[in-house]
Design a protein around this ligand. Sequence first.
Ligand code: C2E
Ligand code: MG
Ligand code: MG
Ligand code: MG
Length: 290
Amino acid sequence: FLLPIGAFIAAFIVGVVVWLSRKQLSPLGELAIAVRNREFIVHYQPIIELKTGICVGAEALVRWKRPDGSIVRPDLFIPLAEDSGLIMPITDQVFEAIVFDLNRMLVEDRTLHIAINICAADIKSGRILDFIEDRLRHTGIRPTQIWLEATERSFIDIDAARVTLGRARAFGHSVAIDDFGTGYSSLQYLQGLPMDALKIDKSFVDTVGKNTATSSVTSHIIDMAKALGLYTVAEGIETTEQADYLKAQGVDFGQGWLFSKALPAAEFIAYHRRSKEIYGTAPEVIQVAA
Ligand code: C2E
Ligand code: MG
Ligand code: MG
Ligand code: MG
């Protein structure tokens, strides 16, 4: 009598494990296949100089385009990619897409820059810098035209961050701290890091102009950035009120749906062409401070 029950329990456990592994391993397996088949595309969200309205470049944002044509947003697969180490080949593919999509435009207009998101594993290994350097050698794109964005969360290994970001700047890239204000680190902690810009997270931008505690935090972030000689970039600007407020506060650059959503390469190229006719180009590309 006990035997069938034991067998039943064993079968049940196996069933649960298979079910769980289907649920948990299968997305990873799919992602690995996507990396092998290069199923990633990059969209470009214009970055605007708030004072002049000039489009100074774009942030490269990855999307996973599945064979059935559906698009998966990065929030849904970047965490898995980071945990599994698959993020490094994905970062490589994003950079290759930038070169493939925008080479001509970047060579013709040296005032343009493209920001690429890197994460903890990229920072720890530093290998992405060699990869970028190697690819740039074969193009006319200058290192100063490539900005690196890293979040505070990616600085878990602060010594590695210091080394990698320092190397990046020595090579001519600019470094921006992404989603600033959402992590645990204080600006004082970050101060010793080689960096050029702070990106003010959308959650702060959402509150500007409103009379809340968060909006005064935003003013402090802007003031501190200025005191440290850092550029500021506000993300997720959706209204003219937000843009005007941030501009009045001296924020240098902005991006968000008010200006444009992230666009496929051809559309970004067209956007930039139109923008140039209206606003012209920046006289000087934003240069690395050091
Ligand atoms: P992020 O770097 O903070 O990127 C900004 C996100 O906000 C983008 O979402 C962008 O499309 C969205 N956004 C921009 N303007 C607006 C706006 O006005 N309103 C609203 N509601 N949203 C806006 P996306 O493309 O889904 O990217 C999400 C995050 O995924 C990014 O946050 C970035 O951390 C990460 N990510 C994207 N591409 C890459 C990549 O190539 N590598 C790595 N490591 N991470 C990436
Ligand atoms: Mg970013
Ligand atoms: Mg950001
Ligand atoms: Mg953000």
